[in-house]
Design a binder for this molecule. Structure first.
Ligand SMILES: Nc1ncnc2c1ncn2[C@@H]1O[C@H](COP(=O)(O)OP(=O)(O)OP(=O)(O)O)[C@@H](O)[C@H]1O
Ligand SMILES: [Mg+2]
Length: 270
């Protein structure tokens, strides 16, 4: 089959489209946890994890599944500008289109949302919340105190942000859901399922236990790193498929090629 690897490569393009979602035990358990938390009378829920652990795709999934049953909104990219952010929120609360530069008075917003208490329950999924200023976060907290709006705050945690994540929210967020990198077993099933979903049976079969072990060593079970590595592996295969077929064994993935991809991405050095 021609172009097999060019197509297989595209299976691993980074995307938060839920059609690409793979049901894994850990992902399902995080989903259920979030679903339960949303049902509870909480004001804020913190979803956190390192970059590439599946926060955005989880928020998208919960949004798509609940959007016909609940008043739920997904705020994808943070508007760092405070005015714009509260205007966006005001539109959600009032269900009205407002002129672009309308100034929203914050106390009016609070009053408005107090009046909604008991009548409507609005859920806002805030992705990439580490980008909001602490002033905005403080106001978000005040809004959540009205209990008409529940915020799911998704925060991406890096080494030196661990403390901030915990300290800043400790007393305020009432439930914390943490997403982690996946185990080697789950990564095996992630890679295989992703390929099988697009009918790449042979390619999936060619990735053996030992290959997975190396892939897991490189990527530590991080979804995004895994996607990048697989993409790069198939990119190299694509090259050989065009230029030097003798380098390809369709039955077994080559350790050398995984290493070359690892080298390219900086997981190993020479
Ligand atoms: N259960 C899953 N099924 C399929 N793909 C997944 C799954 N979980 C994560 N991914 C994939 O992994 C990549 C990273 O996921 P995502 O963008 O959701 O991570 P994130 O935690 O939001 O990262 P960041 O903190 O950088 O925003 C995406 O390409 C996504 O499609
Ligand atoms: Mg994200």
């Amino acid at each position: 089959m021609k172009n097999r690897y060019s197509l297989a490569k595209n299976v691993f393009v980074d995307s938060i489209d839920i059609d690409d979602y793979i049901e894994l035990e850990s992902a399902l358990s995080a989903y259920k946890q979030l679903e339960n938390s949303i049902e509870k009378p909480l004001k804020m829920i913190l979803l956190f994890g390192r970059p590439g652990t599946g926060k955005s795709i989880l928020l998208n999934r919960i949004y798509k599944n609940l959007k016909y049953q609940k008043e739920i909104h997904y705020f994808e990219t943070p508007t760092v500008n405070e005015k714009e952010f509260f205007l966006k929120l005001f539109k959600v609360l009032t269900k009205k289109e407002l002129p672009k530069h309308t100034e929203v008075n914050f106390s009016a917003l609070i009053e408005f949302s107090k009046k909604l208490y008991g009548k409507r329950e609005i859920i806002i999924l805030l992705d990439e919340a580490q980008m909001y200023s602490s002033e905005i976060m403080e106001k978000i907290r005040l809004l959540s105190d009205t209990r008409s709006i529940k915020f799911v705050v998704s925060l991406h945690k890096t080494e030196d942000e661990d403390l901030i994540a915990k300290e800043h929210f400790k007393s305020r967020i009432w439930e914390i859901i943490e997403l982690k990198n996946i185990t080697q077993e789950e990564q095996a099933s992630y890679i295989h399922k992703k390929l099988l979903k697009q009918n790449f049976f042979e390619v999936a079969n060619s990735i053996k236990g030992k290959n997975i072990k190396l892939i897991h060593e490189f990527t530590k079970g991080n979804y995004r790193e895994c996607n990048k590595l697989l993409f790069t592996i198939f990119e190299i295969y694509e090259y050989y498929e065009k230029n030097d077929l003798s380098k390809i064994n369709y039955n077994k993935m080559s350790r050398k090629i995984i290493e070359m991809a690892g080298l390219k991405l900086g997981y190993i050095y020479v």
